[in-house]
Design a protein around this ligand. Structure first.
Ligand SMILES: [Zn+2]
Ligand SMILES: [Zn+2]
Length: 439
């Protein structure tokens, strides 16, 4: 068969199969749509912080049981693993993250969260699903339900994974350490979807976006303690002022990016927190800085982390201060997320035949972080994609200069949930059927 003809036939078969299975997915989805909407609102109104997903994981476990999964709870903290077995074949993992963020919700929605809790530092904080993880887990439950009813369309094993603590970068690692790939069969491939809320460049609900290859950055957390010598604010000559040294460090850190790095190799150093002192007329003994560091290459990561230490030491040395403490928080490291190119290309073709090419978009790389990368790093080819999440009417208004759309991680963000969940179940369901079809 001529090559060109064979490829055209492959695409035709793909489109034909995808459309036929899409009709069935939609039929099963529609029966369950009201339940999923209620489940979503329950997840949304009762969010839980990273590592504290007690109620959320229980609720997800019940939904997976109802879909016919064998369910295992308490994996790596509050992680949940639902197993759908259907004879011999490949093992496919779908991962959804479950945790919420410490924000007081200001969406004004009828089902808005009113939850407040004490965080690990004892501060009273609001709790809100501001990253759309409530969408991700609702889609997981929806996909489980649909695929549980379509066992004549696929074969193999599906692992449906509810992951805790994505926002702290700890959950995926904790599940792996607790035996996700040893207590359960190691997947041949892993898929994940995430609600997208990057506006104004984001997409409306009903659209998806993706990137083949490197997609998200290495994320490191670094703590610097600048040590000085405390004293009276009126007598700086009798003290060593760590606040002035800290100010110098904050400035010099930016020179690493602008003067030491290849401008074509993106990296970010952000000082997200700076604390020192108690009162206007006391020079404190120390100042603490907390940094997030984003890089896309291992060599750059190593260079930048060592440059941070050098800059902090140089500032302290220059001021005649004691050596600063520079600590890398290794337990919060999230490696770069790299989508498997072949897996991405094939799955995107399925999406295009399902939604139309005009609703499937390639996106640029981002310096955001995502610990789905831990599963890829553990040797499983992965594909992670985003679901456009804003009401198309609101997007149109925003584009004409009207009300701007709230972004994820803000207290006013909310997705156009019914369409987003439907798109999530359709695309993920079709992707699984494609990869687990009897070939
Ligand atoms: Zn987030
Ligand atoms: Zn997220």
């Amino acid at each position: 068969m001529p090559r060109m003809f064979a490829f055209t036939l492959f695409l035709w078969n793909l489109a034909h199969t995808a459309i036929a299975s899409d009709a069935l997915i939609l039929k099963h989805y529609e029966v369950n749509a009201q339940n999923l909407a209620e489940l979503y609102q329950q997840f949304h109104s009762q969010p839980e912080l990273s590592g504290k997903e007690v109620l959320t994981s229980k609720r997800l476990a019940n939904a997976l049981k109802n879909a016919g999964c064998e369910v295992h709870e308490g994996i790596g903290g509050h992680g949940v693993v639902g197993v759908l077995k259907n004879g011999k074949g490949r093992v496919l993992m779908i991962r959804a993250d479950m945790d919420a963020l410490p924000l007081i919700e200001k969406t004004g929605l009828a089902y808005a969260s009113k939850v407040q809790v004490r965080d690990d530092n004892g501060n009273l904080v609001g709790v809100m699903h501001a990253c759309g993880h409530d969408i991700n887990i609702t889609c997981l439950a929806g996909v489980a339900s649909v695929l549980g009813k379509m066992k004549d369309q696929w074969q193999g094993t599906i692992l449906l994974v509810g992951q805790p603590a994505e926002e702290t970068g700890r959950g995926a690692r904790a599940m792996l350490v607790d035996g996700l790939f040893t207590k359960f069969p190691k997947p041949d491939l892993a898929l994940a979807l995430h609600c997208d809320g990057r506006f104004p460049s984001g997409f409306p609900s009903g659209h998806v976006n993706y990137r083949a290859g490197p997609m998200q950055a290495n994320v490191d957390s670094v703590e610097i303690i600048i040590k000085g010598k405390g004293g009276h604010g009126a007598f700086p000559d009798k003290a060593i002022d760590p606040i002035v040294i800290a100010a110098r460090v904050v400035r010099d850190l930016q020179f690493i990016i602008s003067r030491e790095r290849d401008p074509l190799d993106p990296a970010v150093i952000t000082v997200g927190s700076i604390h020192g002192g108690t009162k206007h007329n006391i020079i404190p003994a120390e100042v603490k800085l907390e940094l997030t560091v984003r890089t896309v290459r291992t060599a750059s990561r190593i260079n930048i982390l060592s440059a941070i230490e050098r800059v902090a030491q140089a500032a302290s040395l220059g001021a005649g201060a004691p050596e600063p403490v520079v600590r890398l928080n290794a337990s919060e490291f999230t490696p770069e997320l790299i989508n498997d190119v072949e897996l991405t290309t094939k799955t995107v073709k399925v999406f295009e035949s399902l939604l139309g090419k005009d609703k499937v978009h390639e996106r640029p790389m981002s310096l955001g972080g995502e610990d789905f990368s831990q599963f890829v790093r553990a040797g499983v080819p992965g594909f992670y994609y985003f679901l456009g999440s804003a009401d198309p009417k609101a997007v149109a208004i925003a584009k004409q200069g009207g009300n701007p759309l709230a972004v994820t991680h803000s207290d006013s963000y909310f997705p156009d949930y019914a369409t987003v969940i439907k798109t999530g179940v359709r695309t993920m369901g079709a992707a699984v059927l494609f990869h687990l079809a009897d070939k």
